[in-house]
Design a protein around this ligand. Structure first.
Ligand code: ATP
Length: 194
């Protein structure tokens, strides 16, 4: 049982994990009073229902490759292992039961959508740290949430997994946008071939 431990809760589809994710996770570890940052890979992301998502085990493997050897970065496979749809609130409550205080780490676009999350009220007392992302301002996020958030100090990076999947599919370079071991994995498993 861990007591009084604060941990960044960084959820994502990670299809694939990319430099935008690494920069924000590092900022969270550096700028928040947390012991570590857990990358929680979504198993069956309800918000992406209807779109094609790479198998959860592949996304989990890529996320492990992305943070391999980095102090303070943890891989959390609990949402992949859990049956049924993935809800961040389930992870939040599992951590609370273990005495771990979560600090939610989200990009600005995702932050603005938190009021629509499953059982969103469970996050009312949770600190939220937000990474800048083109298209959504700090003011937009606070207006959407009706509360203040911690605004992480990072550059805005116009990198998205959607664009990277397209790049892989059409054969454009993804070098420097995706960690090399992740690129090699995605290519060898033909995850984004059309
Ligand atoms: P997709 O393009 O498939 O929607 P994504 O690039 O947004 O994917 P996710 O795995 O869905 O990646 O995102 C996980 C979290 O990381 C979300 O909170 C999202 O807002 C955030 N995030 C992803 N890319 C960036 C970025 N470039 N800058 C800031 N936040 C980001």
């Amino acid at each position: 049982m861990l007591a009084d431990m604060r941990r960044g809760l960084f959820g994502g589809t990670f299809d694939p994990p990319h430099l935008g994710h690494l920069v924000m996770a590092d900022a969270a570890l550096d700028q928040l009073d947390v012991a570590d940052v857990a990358w929680v890979t979504a198993g069956d992301p309800w918000q992406k229902a209807g779109s094609t998502v790479a198998p959860a085990d592949d996304r989990l493997q890529m996320t492990a490759l992305a943070v391999d050897g980095m102090d303070g970065m943890l891989i959390d496979d609990s949402e992949v292992r859990r049956d049924g749809p993935t809800y961040t609130v389930d992870t939040l409550e599992a951590w609370q039961a273990d005495g771990v205080t979560a600090v939610l780490v989200v990009g600005a676009d995702a932050a603005a959508g938190i009021p629509g999350w499953h059982r969103a009220e469970a996050f009312d007392d949770v600190e939220i740290a937000v990474a800048p992302r083109p298209g959504t301002t700090h003011a937009d996020v606070e207006a959407a949430l009706g509360r203040t958030v911690i605004w992480l100090d990072t550059p805005e990076l116009a990198i998205s997994a959607t664009d990277l999947r397209r790049r892989f599919a059409v054969g454009l370079s993804t070098r420097h946008l995706v960690p090399d071991p992740v690129r090699a994995y995605a290519i060898s498993r033909q995850l984004y071939d059309r």
